[in-house]
Design a protein around this ligand. Sequence first.
Ligand code: MD6
Ligand code: FE
Length: 212
Amino acid sequence: MTQLSSSGNELIQMSEGAVILKGFLLKHEQELLRNLERITDLSAFRHMVTPGGYRMSVAMTNCGPRGWVTDERGYRYSETDPETGHAWPEMPALYSQLARQAAAVAGYHDFCSDACLINRYIPGARLSLHQDKDEKNFTHPIVSFSLGLPATFDFGGRTRSAPVTPYLLEHGDVVVWGGPSRMFYHGIRTLKKGHHERMGSQRINLTFRRAH
Ligand code: MD6
Ligand code: FE
C-alpha cells in the first residue's frame, strides 16, 4: 500500500508497524555524508567475524554510545570499538534528529537511539535473513537509512521460513519498523554492480536502535 506521509514523502506500508519513507533523507545528503567521513576516519569500516567463524561480506562500523559487534564470542553491543580501544565516534545530532523525526512520521514518538550501526556494501555483498534481537527492549522501533546504490530488501515474517516480500531501497529512503513487526526476519540480497553519482559503487546503510 502506498500513501503520502505527514512529511510529504511517499510512504510504503510493509506490514503493521513497518514502513518505508521514500526520499526522506534527500535534503540532508551532503551533511549526512560529511558526518559519515568524520566517523569512518575515527572508526574505520571492518569485516567482522560471526560466532560461527564466517567473515561478513558487509563491512561495518558504529557511532554513538554503543556499537553492535560480532566476533567468536558472539553478537553484542559494546561501548568501545574493539579495533581502537576507544569509544565509538559521537552520534551526530543530525543523525539522531532525523532518526527521531522518521520514527515519529511512522507513529513512534520520542525515539531515542543510543546505537547506530553503519553497514557498507560493495557489489557482491549481502546480508542473510536475520532478526534484530540483541537489544534489551523490543518495544523500541528500529530506524534504517539507505544511501548509495539501490538494494533489494527482503521482508519476511515471524519465522525464518515465512514468505518474504522484496522491496527496493534507494538512496535517501528510510525504513522504520517496530510494534508487531519488530522481530520479523529480513535481509539484503546480493548487491548488484552499479554506479551512484554521489556514492560511487557502494551502498551505505545506517541503522539506529535503542540497545539498552
Ligand atoms: C540494510 N538492514 O538495510 C540492513 N535491520 O542494509 C537491516 O538489517 C535492518 O534495515 C533492522 C531494521 C531495519 C533494517
Ligand atoms: Fe537487521
